[in-house]
Design a protein around this ligand. Structure first.
Ligand code: HEM
Length: 469
């Protein structure tokens, strides 16, 4: 059935895999280049595995409505287990319903407190660098704050990574994500037995066990707190109200004890999945937007004027404020368009899927969805390589905007991510004027599974007001 599709010329055994043989971080970049060289849909043979590549918005709409199964060819399973990211459709449906409630407006309001607290700490740390003339790479700062934020909001614990540095858990999480990303491209590491041997040889034998030991401890502590609270309520009739939910873990622990989807193991997998999905992504959205605003000083001044209009002093950011920061939102959206953080995602067709030109992707086939391709399609976004936040002003109606994916398996944390990014940026930009020593032409990207900038995010900080020195 795949004969209907254009296919790239193949070599024996390796198919088209040689086309993406390069340094690990450049492999998806090569795939992205292929996506723009050939009209999609086309078939890419990853050795013996055929992948239908699609980057036309209309085809992606069809696929994301039909295929609810994400597929990473067995990689990442050791980190995410059966958690929401890799759950098969039946189980995923039940999990997603519960996790959606962790992002309702009441919970978002709670998360906002943490966004504010941690942003204040970041600004305090940056004051050591302000007005020194030094250009610093923002990556580690933003990685640390976003780990602190997501770990506190999802797992209910304060690790203070910003102040104390990375701890064992965060280091192991980052390392395991890196290892799994590179395994994805190394087909010979797919069999678990070989991968385990590889981990032993590279000194990472107990990596996943140690990672899970940490979450187990957190869950046991939280479980005890919850049992004590329940006991108190039973003994003291004046205490009739449960503590309000503040974190994802609070929510998962309160789900009916008999629910087979939320055993202790399952809760661990959900928490790790959410921390992994929500840390580097938000760090990158803040990093790229900061850099764009440092390069485009006129846009930065416009954001600063907006901040001054909404905030009369340096108080905490409230939900209403976020809704008023329209131009800042345009800048973040334009950044997420130009630097589509998850440029490609992989789905397995669970049924035959008929595309717009009547070609059929057969059931069971692997599909590469190129979200990045949509964002640089000149028919949708004229001059796509120019950063122009005006594209997202209210007069322009844009529907083909997919930084958070499309369909029912799209990002569950999209609002959370926008609110977190906005809050961090408001705190930084109202205190500091930012500058950089690079131009937009010098921004080169690296891709593993996420888009990153080569050489970090160089920023110089100057106090906005003299009395803040
Ligand atoms: C700017 C930041 C973020 C971006 C650009 C982003 C992007 C995405 C994209 C594109 C997908 C869908 C991939 C697909 O179609 O297969 C996705 C899924 C997901 N994201 Fe995000 N994300 C961000 C932040 C977050 C945050 C903060 C969280 C949680 C705290 C989160 C949790 C998830 C989860 C759990 C999924 C899987 C959903 C499912 O399968 O039902 N993301 N994200």
């Amino acid at each position: 059935m795949l004969k209907e599709f254009n296919a790239l010329p193949t070599l024996p055994l390796i198919g088209n895999a040689h086309l993406i043989f390069s340094k690990a971080e450049d492999r998806i970049k090569k795939l992205l280049e292929l996506n723009s060289q050939y009209t999609t849909p086309f078939v890419f043979w990853f050795s013996y595995i055929p992948i239908v590549c699609v980057n036309k918005y209309k085809d992606i709409q069809v696929i994301s409505n039909k295929s609810k199964m994400r597929d990473t060819l067995g990689t990442f399973k050791s980190i995410f287990g059966d958690g929401i990211i890799l759950a098969l459709p039946e189980k995923w449906k039940r999990t997603r319903k519960v996790i959606n409630t962790a992002f309702n407006p009441v919970m978002l309001q709670q998360y906002l407190i943490v966004f504010n607290e941690q942003s204040e700490i970041l600004c305090r740390k940056l004051s050591a660098e302000a007005n020194t003339g030094k250009i610093i790479d923002m990556w580690q700062y933003l990685c640390d704050i976003n780990l602190d934020i997501v770990i506190e909001n999802m797992a209910g614990i304060k690790l203070n990574i910003q102040e104390n540095g990375q701890n064992e858990f965060s280091k192991l999480l980052m390392l395991s994500l890196k290892l799994e990303s590179s395994r994805f491209y190394q087909i010979w590491l797919y069999p678990d037995i070989i991968y385990r041997a590889y981990l032993r040889l590279t000194g990472h034998k107990d990596l996943y066990k140690t990672l899970y030991k940490f979450t187990k401890k957190v869950i046991e502590t939280k479980m005890k707190e919850y049992q004590i609270q329940k006991q108190k309520m039973l003994c003291d009739s004046s205490q009739t109200e449960e503590k309000p939910l503040r974190t994802l873990i609070d929510l998962l622990l309160r789900i009916d004890d008999d629910n087979p989807d939320f055993t202790e193991q399952q809760i661990q997998e959900e928490i790790i999945s959410m921390i992994a999905a929500g840390s580097e992504t938000t760090a990158l959205s803040t990093a790229f937007t900061l850099l764009m605003l440092a390069i485009h000083e006129d846009a930065q001044e416009k954001v600063y004027e907006e901040i001054q209009m909404v905030f009369k002093n340096d108080r905490y950011v409230q939900m209403d404020d976020l809704n008023q920061m329209k131009f800042l939102e345009q800048c973040i959206k334009e950044t997420l368009r130009m630097f589509t953080l998850i440029p490609i995602t992989f789905r397995r067709a669970t049924e035959d899927i008929t595309l717009n030109d009547n070609k059929i992707i057969p059931a069971n086939c692997l599909i590469a969805i190129g979200y990045h391709g949509v964002h640089v399609d000149p028919d949708i976004y004229p001059n796509p390589y120019i950063w122009d936040p005006k594209r997202f002003s209210e007069i322009n109606e844009i529907s083909a905007f997919v930084p958070f994916g499309l369909g029912s398996r799209a990002c569950v944390g999209s609002k959370y991510a926008m609110f977190s990014t906005k809050t961090q940026l408001i705190h930084i930009l109202r205190k500091y004027r930012i500058m950089t020593n690079i131009t937009i032409e010098e921004v080169e990207i690296n891709v593993d599974l996420l888009i990153r900038k080569k050489g970090g995010y160089p920023i110089k900080f100057l106090y906005r007001k003299n009395d803040e020195r």
